[in-house]
Design a protein around this ligand. Sequence first.
Ligand code: ADP
Length: 186
Amino acid sequence: MRIVFLGPPGSGKGTQAQRLQEELEIAHLSTGEMLRDADHAGTPLGREAARHMQAGQLVPDEVVVGVVADRLSEKDCERGCLFDGFPRTVPQAEALDKMLAERKIPLNLVLALDVPTERLVDRLLARGRMDDNRETIHERFRQYDRLTEPLLDYYRRRGILCMIDGEGTPDEVFSRIRRAVDTAIR
Ligand code: ADP
């Protein structure tokens, strides 16, 4: 099972992805987490990523694709994986298609969390991570609309997109996700 999880900043994507990963027992690949780990470890890649993250900008495609390619070669990914926060641009989606094709594994489902923008800003400000300040948040939405939104059409055309209403309690949202996954694997 290979699932891509899409959603704007603050949509609850990280929380829901974590729960789904525990339930399906597949590897959880959060590029945001991997990049933050690299930053904390102080590697050159981490330092480069942090510059972009702090400005609310996307980390360059080749950097992120490299990180994901390395991670995909690890043993636990054989059982399946949940891509959380990747791909975020059309070139990243094309790179993912290529990586999966090389391994002869299909992408089964793309879940896209749908939450009205006005909800998102409040959630982000409440969370307060280093990149959660008004200016950065504004830039992240701009990047999402410009670079990530087009992925919805990319996957809709492939017939694997499933939009999930992201409003309500975490439990309500999770049960919608469960239903979508059950339908997709049946
Ligand atoms: P959020 O969904 O709230 O933006 P993430 O942890 O997914 O949180 O991402 C945080 C930051 O990490 C992004 O704003 C971006 O700078 C960087 N990042 C994460 N994933 C990617 C990716 N696939 N491509 C480019 N940049 C990424």
